[in-house]
Design a protein around this ligand. Structure first.
Ligand code: HEC
Length: 171
């Protein structure tokens, strides 16, 4: 009888242990799930912060400038076309000078004198300014030349995006 009692006590203990182990596993699982949830929330918060960061970038966009040597936008754009051809030059001095001009012209294009089109036009000109910054970065003495061709393509695309939107034929 004693044996049987001992045995059943043992069995009960074993069952309790198993129950305990199960509970522990469950608790661990729940904790892991919670950790994953927290990590996901943190990631969401981080990408939200990034959105805020890129909104901050907008604040760094320079104000429009007036380049009085260009009487009308057409004149500005002709100069832009010239700079657009020189910017691909293998002569880095010439290419850099042209890139600097494109940057200035992109700011001048947003001057109220040239900007009867409104906020969408403004956004296209800002996009050109941004792409031009990448070109200038890649062209800088310590810049990453391997990024240059791609940056130049991006700049070219920014010209074309505006021209396409306003149905402008480049010559
Ligand atoms: C924000 C809009 C916008 C962007 C960006 C833009 N252009 Fe233009 N472009 C125009 C408009 C508008 C005209 C038409 C000019 C006019 O007749 O007033 C034009 C016309 C031109 C012309 C024809 C000028 C002529 O002889 O009539 C050339 C060349 C040109 N753009 C080159 C460029 C190049 C190169 C870039 C990029 C480096 C560029 N543009 C970026 C709006 C833009």
């Amino acid at each position: 009888v004693t044996r049987i009692t001992q045995l059943s006590a043992c069995l009960i203990a074993a069952a309790l242990l198993a129950a305990c182990t199960n509970e522990a596993v469950e608790a661990e699982r729940a904790a892991a799930a919670q950790k994953a949830e927290i990590a996901a929330a943190e990631m969401a918060a981080a990408s939200e912060a990034e959105v805020v960061d890129s909104a901050d970038d907008d604040l760094d966009i320079p104000d429009p400038i007036d380049l009085p040597q260009f009487e009308a936008r057409k004149n500005l754009m002709r100069a832009m076309g010239g700079a657009g051809r020189r910017v691909g030059s293998s002569n880095m001095d010439e290419a850099r000078e042209a890139a600097t001009q494109i940057g200035e012209y992109s700011l001048a294009a947003r001057h109220p004198r040239f900007q009867p089109e409104g906020p969408e036009y403004d956004a296209f000109a800002i996009e050109l300014w941004r792409r031009n910054q990448e070109v200038q970065l890649a062209m800088a003495p310590d810049g990453d030349r391997s990024l240059l061709q791609q940056a130049l393509r991006g700049q070219r695309d920014a010209c074309q995006a505006c021209h396409t939107a306003y149905r402008i034929e480049e010559d």
